[in-house]
Design a protein. Structure first.
Length: 78
């Protein structure tokens, strides 16, 4: 079993915070670049059924989990 040090935990936390920051940057780009289009898109989303939105969210989460698994647990990506 690998030895876990305090420095390793800090590095993991630094990586997590960096990843959250990157997600926020990527999420904010469309609002800065295309605010009018994002407003129209949000109005369309507000009219969708909750079940459809829930299903799309579940699909997005599954894709994210798959990407995390592929990058961390397989040798498919160098």
């Amino acid at each position: 079993m690998p030895k876990v040090t305090c420095l390793g935990k800090l590095d993991d936390m630094k990586l997590l915070i960096t990843l959250i920051g990157l997600v926020l940057i990527l999420e904010g780009i469309p609002y800065v670049a295309f605010p009018e289009a994002m407003r129209r898109w949000m109005l369309q989303i507000a009219q969708m059924r909750p079940g459809f939105l829930r299903g799309m969210g579940l699909i997005a989460m599954a894709c994210g989990l798959l990407l995390c698994y592929i990058t961390q647990r397989t040798d498919l990506l160098p």
